[in-house]
Design a protein around this ligand. Structure first.
Ligand SMILES: Nc1ncnc2c1ncn2[C@@H]1O[C@H](COP(=O)(O)OP(=O)(O)OP(=O)(O)O)[C@@H](O)[C@H]1O
Length: 746
């Protein structure tokens, strides 16, 4: 079987000393993993026959399930193991159907002790005691903020940024997620539009998003008296599947009415998160919102766009723009603006700006003021002063919201699915009124998991209680049509509870109210992305929680976060799974007396986890379509795993993945055979490429580096999709699709 040939994982018998390392104060999960890997190399051969993969083994497991679970219990040294006799006493009956999947807790890599390094987390004070009246703003603007938006006190970033921008200066602004950066530039932009002479007559309605602080949705507020001015056009809402429609969409933006909708592709929050209006590009607009790619397309193809009157250029999520390789597009935009000859103000913003942006600031800005809402502002009544030089201290430290509780859980691959399900049940069934966002690495996996989780968790009832559980599962990813994405965004915004499974398309800029938990089922590709993902909760001073899933081989990721002063507390996997003890729908064969001993409790929990996993597997293997969907999801997960940047390859390497176990986390009983050979092939190819690269330092131009691969994966979530595909790209895509089809059939 696939997992026999690709037994690259570690066994729990290895490195027994790891548990004893608890005494060491210094965090060393990465070193532990390296030690395990070395030991693993020696033991690979002996591991080949062990796991659940073969049919014969599964049959044996089924026949000897109690014995196997006893053996498994001994592999959790931290938990007391019931003596066989006692266990038999407590195991009162066999009134439930026989459980086929009995290997869930066997042959998993040992969970290392993870000691989070002591770091001083950077904090920012969200609110100041100052009101907007204290600034030199138009009285209408202040009145609207107070009465319509119910906003009176300024946030720290607003207090520091608004005076700088209204004084006509450029600014680079870094402040934590959900701290009100949008109004920090939105208010000065509107103030300057109000001053435009002759006055713009068009009556504009602004639809305003939520205001978390007052816990009140403002809805579609009429602020027509506010900016007697601003027309806004938002480009890049559309993801068109073919070139013809792309062409039409571009034309329609230039010539015909254009509906402005809420965007899920890039940050557009408050100030322009807002509008649904019809405008004609050619008739003139006041505010244009666009992704770089789409704007470049218009610059090249829509001759009527004139940049001479542009007064403001705002680059929100500026660091992302560069990460995704939009630098070339930005150069085109800046050249177009400079050719227009206008004097303009430029603002760069993000929660994770780093010094790497200095090139962008030097080409696009004029003596900018650097604003960083730092820790110091927490101790003094005055926020730290803005300066004209980039902040060098704390440059690598990212601030996260003060009221955000960050957790991580270490879960072996095989148990990931049941663990996620148990966590969702705990929040949505037993706690209630919880709103979760779950980040997943690929569109296919999102699609698959939404169906799987909603069917299995909500579709089952007990004989005693026929009522089915109702949890609202929603999905959001870059392969969805924009209209559908907007609907999902609005539905999730308005609902009090539910689970949104999404890709990184929802990682930045989205201001979704009352989200209580952020779950990162797949770790993000950088600490900055971690910060943006968790930033979808605990916004504007609210409480929030986050949970990061790591496998035992990935625990060195904690070091990566610690390098940016981010520290997480551990949540024990057993505590997550223990929710299942409350859910009678997943009761196992035994009638365990939970009150008697911890061992009986654990045995009961394991049986229930096994029943739940069996339900997942039965659903998946119930039809050819669902097997196919599971395989596609697994493939896309593996593909995303290969796209981690090289700096993280020591943590996320395909070699560390046990494909049989990974398959189990998609409800598959075995890894598709073609998958392992394809990966072995690509690893061998990678090695050969590296060798060749060593000889001849030139990289083949049509091949992507890991960094480029991750950028292109994420960019596909963000871009307009308007760019014409090159022939070679199309050919490559076709080739990949064919290879994947072969794999799915394997
Ligand atoms: N002064 C204020 N008082 C109360 N609420 C505010 C204030 N300013 C902004 N808000 C609200 O705070 C929320 C977050 O604001 P915003 O989206 O601008 O944050 P952000 O800093 O841009 O976050 P991110 O970096 O995640 O995009 C919004 O719902 C907005 O309505």
């Amino acid at each position: 079987m696939a997992e026999d040939t690709l037994m690259l994982n570690i066994s729990n018998q290895e490195c027994p000393h790891l548990h004893s390392e608890k005494k060491h104060n210094k965090y060393s999960s990465g070193q532990k993993w390296a030690a395990k890997k070395a030991a693993n190399g020696k033991r690979k051969a002996s591991l080949g026959n062990q796991d659940y993969g073969s049919a014969k083994q599964r049959k044996l497991n089924a026949q000897n399930s109690t014995t196997n679970e006893d053996q498994a219990a001994s592999k959790f040294p931290s938990k007391p193991k019931p003596s066989p006799k006692k266990g038999q006493e407590e195991h009162k009956g066999h009134d439930r159907p026989f459980i086929k999947t009995s290997s869930l807790f066997r042959n998993n890599p040992e969970i290392p002790d993870v000691l989070s390094p002591a770091v001083t987390q950077l904090k920012e004070k969200v609110f100041t005691s100052n009101s907007f009246q204290e600034l030199d703003l138009h009285p209408h603007l202040v009145a609207t903020l107070n009465k319509v938006l119910n906003i009176s006190s300024m946030t720290s970033v607003q207090k520091q940024t608004i005076p700088v921008l209204t004084a006509g200066k450029d600014a680079v602004v870094r402040s934590q997620t959900g701290s009100g950066k949008t109004l920090a530039y939105g208010i000065p932009v509107i103030q300057s539009l109000q001053a435009v002479q002759p006055k713009i007559k068009a009556k504009i309605r602004w639809a305003i998003g939520s205001c978390n602080r007052s816990n009140k949705r403002v809805g579609t507020a009429e602020l027509s008296h506010l900016p007697e001015a601003s027309k806004a056009v938002h480009l890049d809402c559309t993801w068109c599947p073919d070139g013809r429609r792309k062409e039409e969409s571009r034309k329609s933006q230039a010539r015909t009415s254009h509906r402005i909708g809420l965007d899920t592709c890039m940050k557009l929050n408050l100030i322009l998160n807002l509008c649904f209006f019809c405008f004609r590009l050619r008739k003139g607009i006041n505010v244009l919102i666009s992704t770089p790619g789409r704007l470049v397309d218009h610059i090249k193809n829509t001759l009527s766009i004139a940049f001479s009157a542009v007064r403001w250029l705002v680059l929100d999520e500026a660091d992302r723009t560069l990460d995704l390789g939009f630098e070339k597009d930005l150069t085109v935009i800046l050249n177009a603006l400079n050719a227009g000859g206008s004097t303009r103000q430029t603002v760069l913003l993000s929660a994770t700006l780093t010094e790497g942006l200095s090139r962008l600031t030097s080409i696009s800005m004029n003596d900018p003021v650097y604003i960083q809402v730092s820790d110091e502002s927490m101790d003094t009544s005055e926020p730290s002063l803005s300066s004209h030089s980039p902040p060098s201290q704390q440059a690598d430290s990212y601030a996260v919201p003060d009221k955000l509780q960050q957790y991580m859980v270490v879960v072996p691959s095989k148990l990931r699915l049941v663990c996620l399900a148990a966590f969702i049940l705990a929040r949505c069934k037993y706690e209630g009124d919880q709103k979760l966002i779950v980040f997943i690495s690929s569109c296919e996996a999102v699609e698959f998991l939404v169906t799987l989780l909603s069917t299995v968790l909500c579709g089952k009832s007990t004989a005693a209680n026929k009522q089915q559980l109702s949890i609202k599962f929603l999905r959001l990813h870059g392969s969805m049509e924009q209209e559908e994405r907007t609907e999902v965004f609005q539905e999730f915004s308005q609902s009090k509870t539910g689970v949104l499974l999404c890709t990184d398309v929802a990682a930045r800029g989205l201001d979704l109210p009352q989200v209580t938990w952020i779950v990162q089922f797949n770790p993000p590709s950088s600490a900055a992305e971690y910060v943006h993902r968790v930033g979808r909760t605990a916004r504007i001073g609210a409480q929030g929680n986050s949970l990061l899933f790591l496998t035992p081989s990935e625990t060195a990721y904690m070091d990566v976060l610690a390098n940016h002063n981010i520290s997480l507390r551990e949540m024990k996997m057993e505590d997550v799974l223990s929710t299942l003890l409350q859910d009678e729908r997943f009761r196992g064969r035994g009638n365990w007396d939970k009150k008697k001993s911890a061992g009986a409790r654990e045995q009961d929990m394991r049986e229930r986890a096994t029943v739940l996993q069996t339900d997942f597997e039965n659903y998946v293997h119930g039809s050819a379509e669902s097997v196919q969907a599971a395989k596609k999801a697994l493939q896309s997960f593996v593909r995303a795993y290969t796209a981690y940047p090289s700096a993280l390859k020591h943590i996320f390497h395909i070699r560390h993945l046990h494909l049989g176990h990974a398959a189990k986390s998609f409800g598959l009983r075995d890894a598709p055979q073609g998958l392992s050979s394809a990966i072995a092939h690509s690893t061998a190819k990678g090695k050969a490429k590296k060798k060749a690269k060593g000889k001849d330092n030139k990289r083949p131009t049509n091949k992507l580096t890991a960094k480029e691969r991750v950028a292109s994966l994420i960019r596909s979530e963000y871009t307009s999709g308007i760019d014409e595909e090159s022939k070679s790209k199309k050919k490559r895509k076709k080739k990949t699709a064919n290879a994947e089809d072969e794999l799915s059939e394997g």
